[in-house]
Write a protein that binds this ligand. Structure first.
Ligand SMILES: *Cc1c(COP(=O)(O)O)cnc(C)c1O
Length: 404
């Protein structure tokens, strides 16, 4: 007789975005004449750039010829992509990362979710609060988070590092030492970035206490402020304490194509055991890692032509971010983010709860955003808007909000 893994059953209620979808559908069916503008979901909307499309077509054609056909990809991913990433993302920035320290995957979500399986079941995790929900959820499913308190919306065995306007959305070193520290910068949902000095403090702390940092760099391409680190390996000592997770989704528009990578330096060890050699046994590998065609498209992301075209897409989104940020400011809201990330994070007015403000915006402005409380307990009283919509809709949404 089969039984369910009880840790799966501990995940509270429904997923944030399904609750939003239900509310939006209910409102739309009751008000079919209203035109909703969606500024909630963290998915890109612009098409893949021509340089990427060309490389996809070429790779598809290679699959039609027995001389250039490709079957299973190699375990770590193709050398052409790992080498290009190591050169462009790391060595060009002075970071010592070797080609064979990069593992290609089908995206950051699966890697950031699966990586915890390497570590002991009794590891204590620390997370920024609020943050991308995958880190906590996957640790819940792994049975690592203790019990859930619906009043505080916290797990008993998770160390929450509040990121609020009081601390400029920067996590502080926790009082209790964690074993695994999840950091995500630029951050989803706050849009905040971390300075090199601040990140260096985390690296020094992790090395001192023997913790591992899992650094999610999904929004690295959006960094516009000079001096903000693009990778944790810009910090001295990161090779002995940090894993970095990268994605082609938000920078190059691969959310539907699927491509990511995880960097594990060979110096990251527990006793004599290299984490690197363990990740070689991860889920995915040949079977649901990224296909040849997609890895070729990933390589093309680094061509001069693609860089230019992708740069234009990012500028398009960041022009939206500016419209949202400045529009909300003008309307008198307390606004953050939007400079090094495609997310604008705002405090709800008059201490409204995040969900009350969600309902208010939906009904009064017909704008759909994301309640901050969905990203962690310290997100209560905040709200996220994204820059991924069309420019026209972004301008219209902000005009509607300004008129409230
Ligand atoms: C969107 C997002 C991801 C997911 O990336 P995929 O490569 O599409 O799986 C990972 N981390 C953060 C913080 C994200 O916002």
């Amino acid at each position: 007789m089969f039984h369910i893994n009880e840790d799966y059953l501990k995940l509270p209620g429904s997923y944030l975005f399904s609750t939003i979808a239900k509310k939006v559908n209910a409102y739309q069916s009751a008000n079919p004449d209203k035109e909703l503008i969606r500024m909630g979901i963290g998915d890109v909307t612009r098409p893949l750039v021509p340089a990427i499309i060309d490389s996809l077509h070429k790779a598809v054609d290679e699959m039609a010829d027995e001389k250039t056909f490709h079957g299973y990809a190699p375990d770590l991913g193709y050398e052409f992509l790992r080498h290009t990433m190591a050169e462009n993302d790391y060595r060009a920035r002075g970071c010592d990362i070797k080609d064979d320290e990069i593992f290609i995957s089908d995206g950051a979500k699966s890697d950031s979710g699966n990586i915890q399986e390497i570590f002991a079941k009794d590891s204590k995790i620390a997370v920024c609060d609020p943050v991308y929900p995958v880190y906590v959820d996957t640790n819940v499913m792994a049975g690592r988070t203790g019990t859930y308190d619906p009043n505080t919306e916290k797990w008993s065995d998770v160390i929450y590092m509040p990121c609020t306007k009081e601390n400029n959305f920067m996590p502080e070193i926790p009082k209790e030492n964690p074993d695994i520290i999840y950091l995500c910068f630029p951050n989803n949902p706050t849009g905040g970035s971390i300075t090199k000095e601040e990140l260096q403090n985390w690296v020094d702390y992790a090395n001192k206490i023997g913790a591992v940092i899992i650094y999610d760099a999904a929004y690295e391409a959006y960094i516009s402020t000079p001096g903000i680190p693009h990778t944790i390996y810009e910090c001295e000592g990161a090779r002995t304490c940090a894993i970095e997770i990268r994605s082609f989704s938000k920078n190059a528009g691969f959310t539907g194509v699927r491509l990511g990578a995880t960097v594990i330096p060979k110096d990251l060890k527990s006793g004599d055991t290299m984490v690197h050699s363990l990740w070689a046994r991860r889920h995915g590998t040949k079977y649901n890692g990224a296909p040849y065609i997609i890895q070729k498209a990933g390589e093309a992301v680094y061509s001069e032509e693609a860089k230019k075209q992708i740069g234009e897409v990012i500028s398009y989104y960041m022009r939206n971010a500016k419209v949202v940020y400045e529009g909300l400011k003008e309307a008198g809201y307390d606004v953050y983010g939007g400079i090094d990330a495609p997310y604008i994070w705002m405090a709800t007015p008059d201490r409204m709860t995040s969900w009350d403000f969600f309902d208010y915006l939906l009904k009064e402005a017909n704008v759909v955003g994301t309640p901050g409380s969905g990203f962690g307990p310290s997100g209560e009283g905040y709200f996220r808007l994204t820059a991924f919509g069309s420019y026209e809709n972004t301008v219209r949404a902000i005009d509607r909000i300004k008129k409230l």
